[in-house]
Design a protein around this ligand. Structure first.
Ligand SMILES: [Zn+2]
Length: 516
């Protein structure tokens, strides 16, 4: 028999802060219950070690609704053929071991019969994730083991299908996996790592590669981002020690506590991947913008260059500017979580990591720029996707220029001008012989050259494009891209076509200066 009782949230502290209302400041420790709604405790809990994925609910789309604001829930109807993941995993933050079982439902939308599926095992890469491992123990289809092969330094798993998948046909695979999260950041950025403070889990489960005229499995570059996936729906149950806060993609809809363990049930809504961070030391602050709960998770610091309240205020102001300039954010929640990230920050669906030291040691302006950049990736990367390895400029230049747009929108014209001028001074305008803005990340071996070309020359191009189009048409272009490519992939060709259409003339001369 299932017995449930409801725990009330701790009392909420209501504080006015420069036009922003903090709806909750909750220090999270063993006693805190930070879920958005009532927390249910059941007595018939799953076992600590997952042995089978949770059975797909009768109507998975209905459960996904919790991740979206009511006015956007109908968008799920357009995602009926999106990949669906049902993952159950236990995470031991002490040893860094993750044991998981997942079921993935994949509907094939290609033309020729499909004989294999490809997954990315990103933690096996030397770069970006580096230092840990992700191992698939078996793959089954209807209870039958399937043949698998590893490629590209164990970062690609190919699964042979006994019966080719026909266009429009769906298959469900069950996959048992284990991940080992390294202590420290190893050779990577720190996005798959653990410390005494927290655990960062990106790319921690087998991720379906993108299918686009064949499986797209580019090598993991030395710089930039390797996450390239189509919009999917995740239903995840995580078993973690009690007292740990789980911050993730999507929205937690239930938490069950028993015998020193908590099982978090989280749905993602439309998401390109599912990332999370865990700590028993996070402090949470929350505010709302345009119906979205913005949550900031910081780690304790005696003194910080930027106080958490200031960081939350900045986060809300950036979010507000992006909703106005790019379009609405359809989800119920967005999280900015502090972690140890060597490169400063990293974007995921529904959440971003920002390096602890950047806030605590400062100074404020680079921290503000970094956070604003990462937040903008919710529009450019998560909502509108692009080839992260082949055409990284699309999301990186837009996220870099977004910081300028946010400062201008917030009335800080001087700050915006200073940011643009510093990019020109530090990185210069593009010169003959420089790589074109739309270069692949694989062409670069260091961050200085990569940032100059992809982030800053890309952002300076966008600024020139804005001067050419005028503000009204430039902002209309950004809104149009968000409308037309939402939950899809945008290419450089798409961008150019839409820009020229809105301009009403070709922009060949401008284009040539940055892209040839
Ligand atoms: Zn970025």
């Amino acid at each position: 028999m299932r017995k449930k009782r409801t725990i009330r949230l701790p009392c909420l502290l209501l504080t006015g802060l420069g036009g922003i209302t903090l709806v909750a400041i909750i220090a999270i420790g063993l006693a805190a219950q930070p879920l958005p709604g009532p927390v249910a405790i059941a007595t018939d809990l799953p076992t600590a070690t997952p042995t089978a994925p949770a059975p797909p609910p009768a109507n998975p789309l209905e459960q996904q609704e919790a991740a979206l604001q009511p006015r956007f829930r109908a968008e799920l109807n357009g995602l009926a053929q999106a990949p669906r993941y049902f993952i159950q995993a236990s995470v031991d933050p002490g040893t860094g071991q993750v044991t998981g079982q997942m079921s993935v439902e994949y509907t094939y939308r290609g033309v020729q019969p499909l004989t294999e599926l490809a997954f990315r095992l990103l933690p096996n890469a030397q770069a970006i994730y580096g230092g840990g491992s992700l191992t698939v123990e078996n793959v089954t289809q209807k209870g039958r083991s399937l043949q698998t092969t590893l490629a590209q330094g164990r970062t690609v798993l190919r699964v042979s299908l006994p019966q080719p998948l026909q266009p429009g046909q769906m298959t469900a695979l069950s996959i048992a996996f284990r991940a080992q999260v390294p202590a420290g950041s190893g050779q990577g950025y720190g996005i798959f790592s653990r410390s005494q403070e927290s655990l960062s889990l990106a790319g921690w489960y087998p991720l379906l590669a993108l299918y686009q005229d064949g499986w797209q499995t580019p090598p993991v570059p030395a710089v930039g981002d390797a996450m390239w996936a189509e919009t999917s729906l995740y239903d995840v149950r995580l078993i973690v020690p009690s007292g740990y806060e789980v911050v993730s993609t999507g929205t937690a809809i239930e938490r069950q506590d028993k015998a020193g363990q908590s099982t978090w049930h989280i749905v993602s809504g439309p998401a390109r991947e599912f990332a999370l961070a865990m700590s028993n030391r996070f402090e949470q602050r929350e505010t709302q913008v345009d119906g979205v709960r913005l949550r900031l998770y910081t780690l304790p610091a005696r003194a910080a260059a930027t106080a958490p309240d200031e960081a939350l205020k900045m986060m809300a102001a950036a979010f507000k500017a992006y909703v106005a300039r790019f379009g609405p954010y359809p989800y119920t929640e967005f999280d900015l979580v502090e972690a140890a990230v060597d490169i400063g920050g990293y974007e995921f669906s529904g959440m971003v990591y920002v390096d602890y030291n950047r806030r605590v040691r400062g100074p404020f302006e680079p921290y503000r720029y970094l956070s604003a950049h990462e937040i903008a990736h919710q529009w450019w990367y998560n909502l509108v996707g692009n080839a992260s390895v082949d055409e990284p400029w699309l999301d990186e230049a837009l996220a870099s220029y977004a910081a300028v747009l946010y400062l201008q929108y917030a009335g800080d014209a001087q700050g915006a001008a200073r940011l643009l001028e510093s990019r020109k001074a530090d990185y210069g305008l593009r010169r003959p012989g420089d790589p074109p803005v739309d270069s692949s990340a694989l062409l670069f071996s260091n961050w200085v050259a990569y940032r100059r070309t992809v982030y800053y020359h890309g952002a300076l191009f966008l600024d020139e494009l804005r001067q050419t189009l005028g503000d009204e048409r430039f902002f209309a272009l950004l809104q149009r891209l968000q409308t037309r490519y939402r939950y899809r992939m945008m290419t450089t060709g798409d961008f150019l076509r839409e820009a020229e259409d809105i301009a009403g003339h070709d922009i060949a001369a401008l284009w040539a200066r940055w892209f040839r």
